[in-house]
Design a protein. Structure first.
Length: 100
């Protein structure tokens, strides 16, 4: 998974909200559609993007697709920022120590 594709997918408000919702529990397309107030086709398109970047997976229950957040993949994206934060703090620490 490339980080720029993950962040690109999350830059859309509907997809970000879907990830937030799926972080709480697995949901069907209809449940997501109803909660966000968008069309079935729009919901499916957004979920397809999230699926393609690896943030969600789905299982079939009868005629329904139940989507689940792949939390481990989202954690990889979070680690990306942790790494940047740690590097920034290390640089700040070095600068402050060099001024002593």
């Amino acid at each position: 998974m490339e980080m720029h594709t993950v962040f690109g997918a999350l830059s859309d408000r509907n997809r970000f909200n879907m990830v937030t919702m799926l972080g709480k529990k697995p949901l069907s397309v209809d449940e997501i559609k109803s909660e966000l107030g968008i069309s079935q086709s729009s919901t499916s398109q957004h979920l397809k993007v999230l699926y393609q970047v690896g943030l969600v997976t789905f299982s079939k229950k009868g005629n329904f697709r139940i989507y689940t957040l792949r939390k481990n993949e989202l954690q990889k994206a979070m680690h990306f920022f942790d790494h940047l934060w740690d590097e920034g703090l290390d640089r700040l620490k070095s600068k402050l120590e060099s001024k002593k």
